[in-house]
Design a protein around this ligand. Structure first.
Ligand SMILES: [Zn+2]
Length: 388
């Protein structure tokens, strides 16, 4: 009887090893090999390579023929590269000819920071809740799991943030951050549908948390009952992957824009005024930023907020949902985002229109090499960069 060491040596003599880097470069190519993960379920639950077939080594002979054609190229991996060599040897014996073992296994792959996915396990109640998503191939279980792991920050639990937060929670976005320092006033209820009559006087963050978790208990709501300032903006936006701007004043809008450009976080902009609304998606490095659109804020006397100017109650609902739609598309990687396009809506004429937007090569915030200085006074952010 050969010892384990001898068996391993025999296997190594016939099984080719491939490097994680060489496999990673072929992941999305047309000739990508079949990735076969032979670890145990408690190991693969922590994560695996994208698109890998999960077949524990003990079930390999039983299941592999049903799952992989013999002509296909197969890369086998385990935790460290030992079980995979033995498994690859088994596949060679079964008649698979193009088989190799991933050197260093999942451990080495992880250490190199190469792409990994966590397996999707929707509970029965989640499958029921998201049935209309699961029947869309563009979403499916994988997309729904992606939404569950997503972290989206909403600036404002007001007119725009209310519909956006409700629909993102309903859609299953796992973590919603809410920044708002206000308390609910009765005059908010005409459009801020997160809040109820009985919430008057409560902090909006608390009212929002109650409404969102009542709608979908799986959603984790992180609240920031504070005003966004140059001092706290970075610590708030960091850790979120998309920010929804539902703010109602220019200083905050510029501050959020500058912070998102600096942190490379997509920012979905929306604003409403009387009977008109607009939305666009600001993708750092790809499309224009808010300062490319509006290099300087208007003087305060020309920029009244909703509180002063009035706004038709349903209008923020429409624009907030355009923003939520942008968020879902970005998270799922589907469709065409509103990047480089300003969508405007005229509520009185019921007309949507679109304006093409361009990056400003001299933009003080997003031009290459710009040094961003966060400031509570937006006019003062326009600090020339060091080379100018
Ligand atoms: Zn810019």
């Amino acid at each position: 009887m050969p010892t384990f060491r001898q068996l391993l040596e025999q296997a190594r003599a016939v099984v080719r090893e491939v490097s994680p880097e060489s496999v990673a470069t072929r992941l999305r190519s047309d000739d990508a090999p079949v990735l076969l993960d032979v670890r145990e379920p408690d190991e693969t639950a922590e994560g695996h390579l994208p698109g890998a077939l999960l077949v524990p080594r003990g079930n390999l002979e039983l299941r592999v023929e049903r799952m992989v054609e013999r002509e296909r190229e197969v890369v086998v991996y385990c935790a460290s590269g030992v079980r995979s060599v033995l498994s690859a040897r088994t596949l060679l014996d079964l008649g698979y000819s193009r088989v190799s073992s991933l050197a260093g296994g999942y451990g080495r792959w992880s250490d190199l920071g190469l792409p990994r996915v966590r397996p999707t396990h929707l509970r029965a109640d989640q499958k029921a809740r998201y049935r209309r998503h699961l029947s869309l191939p563009e979403v499916g279980e994988e997309g729904q799991a992606r939404l569950a792991s997503a972290r989206v920050l909403l600036l404002g639990a007001g007119g725009l943030g209310s519909p956006a937060a409700l629909y993102l929670a309903a859609a299953g976005v796992g973590t919603l951050g809410i920044v708002d320092s206000d308390v609910v006033e009765v005059s908010n209820l005409q459009r801020q549908v997160l809040h109820r009559n009985a919430d008057a006087g409560r902090p909006k963050t608390e009212s929002a948390r109650d409404a969102l978790t009542a709608l979908n208990p799986d959603v984790k709501v992180v609240t920031f009952a504070e005003r966004l300032t140059a001092a706290n903006v970075l610590s708030i936006v960091r850790g979120f992957e998309i920010v929804v701007d539902g703010g109602d004043n220019f200083p905050t809008r510029y501050l959020l824009n500058d912070a998102c450009v600096q942190e490379d976080i997509p920012l979905v902009h929306g604003s409403v005024y009387r009977f008109e609304g607009q939305a666009t998606t600001l993708l750092p490095g790809v499309g224009p930023c808010y300062r490319c659109l509006y290099p300087a804020p208007p003087p305060p006397e020309l920029a009244p907020s909703c509180a002063e100017a009035g706004v038709l109650g349903v209008l923020p609902g429409l624009i907030g949902l355009v923003q939520a739609n942008e968020v879902l598309k970005l998270l799922l990687g589907i469709g065409t985002p509103l990047v480089g396009r300003l969508l405007t809506f005229d509520a009185l004429g019921t007309r949507f229109s679109e304006l093409a937007l361009r990056r400003d090569p001299a933009c003080p915030t997003c031009r290459p090499g710009a040094i961003i200085t966060l400031s509570d006074e937006p006019g003062r952010c326009e600090v020339p960069d060091a080379r100018a």
